[in-house]
Design a protein around this ligand. Sequence first.
Ligand code: NCD
Ligand code: ZN
Length: 350
Amino acid sequence: MPAHYAPQTFSITRPDDWHLHVRDGAALHTVVPHTAAQFARALIMPNLKPPVTSTAQALAYRDRIHAAAAAAGHSTFEPLMTLYLTDHLPADEILRAKEAGIVGVKLYPAGATTNSDAGVTDMRKTYATLEAMQRTGMPLLVHGEATSPDIDLFDREAVFIDTQLIPLRRDFPALKVVFEHITTREAVQYVQSAQGAIAASITAHHLLYNRNAIFTGGIRPHYYCLPVLKREIHRQALVDAATGGSPRFFLGTDSAPHATQLKEHASGCAGCYTAHAAIELYASAFEAAQALDKLEAFASFHGPDFYGLPRNTGQITLRRESWTPPQSYPFADTTLKPLAGGEVLHWRMA
Ligand code: NCD
Ligand code: ZN
């Protein structure tokens, strides 16, 4: 493809979303169809209340997600399931999970983000379980933020690398690790240069926006997520990583729906909802970097290759077309405001 690849329409292998929150119950009927319309598979985060800590819970949750997709006509959509790592997740649960096709185990440092209270308080408490994960080839998916309240919010990812991730990977050099939703130049540099099996997912919103978006014209809670948006130099490093062709970087939306009134609140919840236009938002970011020709590998190849799963065989087509996503969706008994709702987008999935 030419360097300035600027088509009116293009097709890519159907992508997968390697980091997704869909919640549970009636909320599934809003958010699951959005993802299932675009992606063949999505890696489902386990931070429900209570968290998904057993294989049996994960399989039951998978059935509820699958049913919500099928009810909207997307019966081939495949939810890929994860378990929530706690101080007490038994090592033998890893073997059950592996046999049942659970794809990863998620590390939330306790207190790092939404529904992380049950997360890990001290990595040492998880070492027997991590040992079983290393032995069976079960990936560890990491929310990479240090949690100590004396660390500046904007430095938490960089501090996590030095104080937690590097020591952890020294102790478990063969453990497969995904550094989830990276947001800094430091994380890009670490993932690019580290030894062993490591990769990172990158969201569309961290490719499109810097931290000004949270404060432009007043405080804008729908741009607040964790890890929080960072400075422009970090956004540029993420764009370079996503469009640079390295197989260590792949698509993970971290689409994280919260009811409108919980976002527009004195202490608003963290999470940006992007599933309604996920591939379109990524296409905008890649086009702005003149790298549309790099979108397919990032969205459709690098993820399954890292997880050791087959690449998808179907295709999706994107068309250059101006359209405006709705400002709000019904969401259980309330509403959900998507990112870029009411704004003009320039790509649309056919
Ligand atoms: C996520 C959520 O709401 O579940 N929020 C977010 O800001 N990304 C949790 C997470 O992935 O940190
Ligand atoms: Zn997330």
